[in-house]
Design a protein around this ligand. Structure first.
Ligand code: PMP
Length: 436
């Protein structure tokens, strides 16, 4: 099937890197979950626009008008990509972290927040401490829904509530039962925000279909690395709150009062939370990626990725020393993200050897999800100070629409060879990293 065999063109496929063992090799980027390579299409669109770059919402010249139109059109493209409802707002931010912090600022004063301890720190930490209920790690999607229902039903007082949940784990790649969690939230009079940082690059995300109130994601994980992110969803809380940033662009009218104070009337549109000159290139790049993914077709993208997932997982399953981390079990549906530990190996050392000896870029560490790593590893995680010291962290490989078969095959082969033959090089620690 041609669709299974054709990754989308991305930048960086021709980049060669030195090997400590001598020579160079084409870099295999298997760290999409941290930052995905730019789609060639995104790069081309941005390059074609670059000569027409101008200020947004603050210029009378042709290029300012052009850039303003492009920025607002990007907003509409993203709204369509996310299946927004008619009265939803799309706010351009810097990232998922920025989007969730923005939402945390507009949550009504009497609102309780419910968040699983397994979340990425960007979803775990923005909420004011005295408002949050942290939910224990569930061991199945069903248990996640039951845990949430119990917590929401038992809240005291039974007032406004917000649930913040991931769509796909940045550690295990496992899909969370978003539709069911949204239904549970709404049945209990709560709202829900979806952290789609890892879901949006791999699956269609629709506010309407999933019936979630907000979605947050990052451009740089969606093949659009120009510094933009998105928060999209219900307008009311956004409109009623003080602006996230105060400044020009967010304010409609500013006047000095008779008593000498300054009085401000803020915009009610998304501009309310976009003070300062907008990142038009970032927003345009995100829109370009949305269009490219939609045109490629989610069926083909999901089929292709599932093929890669099966290929990697069956390869690793044949290496008994490798333990792939999982919260929901081997059969859980997942995206192209997986973390593992290797018996007798220090994870940072292992990841350094994958890079230095095989030209493969993965991530080692705790993946900004310390409580989740503790649950998965069964012990308090820590990044070891010494390359040779026992490892209480993990290795993560992640891939997506631009990944060729060769990258995942090289990865599985490299893991097997490191396990059976050992590293060819000696590694030491330099500024917290293992280096040859
Ligand atoms: N949520 C999840 C699930 C993530 O994987 C990440 C990034 N690792 C974030 C939030 C934060 O994204 P960003 O660093 O782009 O703000």
């Amino acid at each position: 099937d041609a669709s299974i065999c054709s990754p989308l063109p991305v930048l960086g496929r021709d980049v060669t890197v030195p090997l400590v063992t001598g020579g160079t090799i084409a870099y295999a980027a298997l760290d999409y979950a941290a930052s995905a390579p730019a789609l060639q299409r995104v790069w081309d669109d941005v390059a074609a626009y670059a000569p027409y770059y101008g200020s947004v919402h603050r210029g009378a010249g042709y290029l300012s008008q052009f850039s303003t139109d492009l920025f607002e059109k990007a907003r509409r493209t993203v709204a369509e990509f996310l299946g927004c409802r008619a009265d939803d707002q799309v706010v351009f931010t810097r990232s998922t972290t920025d989007s969730l912090n923005l939402l945390a600022r507009v949550v009504p004063a009497d609102c309780r927040v419910f968040v699983f301890e397994t979340e990425h720190h960007a979803a775990l930490l923005p909420w004011q401490d005295d408002r949050v209920t942290y939910l224990d790690a569930p061991r199945s999607p069903r248990q996640a829904v039951e845990t949430l229902e119990r917590a929401l039903a038992g809240r005291d007082p039974y007032g406004p509530a917000l649930v913040c949940v991931t769509g796909a784990s940045n550690v295990t790649g496992e899909l969370w039962p978003v539709r069911e969690l949204a239904a549970a939230a709404h049945a209990h009079g709560a709202r829900i925000v979806l952290d789609a940082a890892q879901l949006a690059p791999h699956h269609p995300v629709s506010l309407t279909d999933l019936d979630v109130d907000w979605v947050a994601f990052s451009g740089h994980k969606l093949y659009a690395p120009f510094g933009a992110g998105v928060l999209a969803g219900r307008a009311d809380w956004l409109r009623e709150a003080e602006p996230y940033l105060a400044g020009g662009g967010a304010s409609r009218r500013v006047a000095r009062r008779a008593d000498g104070r300054v009085e401000v009337e803020w915009h009610e549109s998304a501009a309310r939370h976009e003070a300062g000159s907008p990142n038009v290139i970032g927003a345009y790049a995100v829109a370009s990626a949305c269009t490219a993914l939609t045109e490629a077709g989610w069926d083909a993208l999901v089929t292709r990725e599932q093929y890669l997932i099966d290929r990697v997982r069956s390869g690793l399953a044949e290496i008994p020393q490798v333990r792939v981390l999982s919260l929901f079990g081997d059969d859980a549906p997942r995206v192209g993200v997986l973390s593992f530990v290797v018996d007798g190996w220090n994870s940072s050392h292992f990841a350094a050897a994958l890079s230095a000896e095989y030209g493969i870029g993965v991530r080692d560490g705790l993946f900004c999800a310390h409580p989740l790593l503790r649950t998965l590893l069964g012990t308090a995680p820590q990044t070891p100070a010494e390359c040779g010291a026992p490892s209480l962290n993990a290795i993560r490989a992640s891939f997506g629409a631009g990944t060729p078969d060769e990258h995942v095959d090289r990865f599985v082969t490299a893991v097997r060879r490191l396990v059976t033959e050992g590293a060819k090089w000696t590694y030491r620690t330099e500024e917290g990293r293992c280096v040859p």
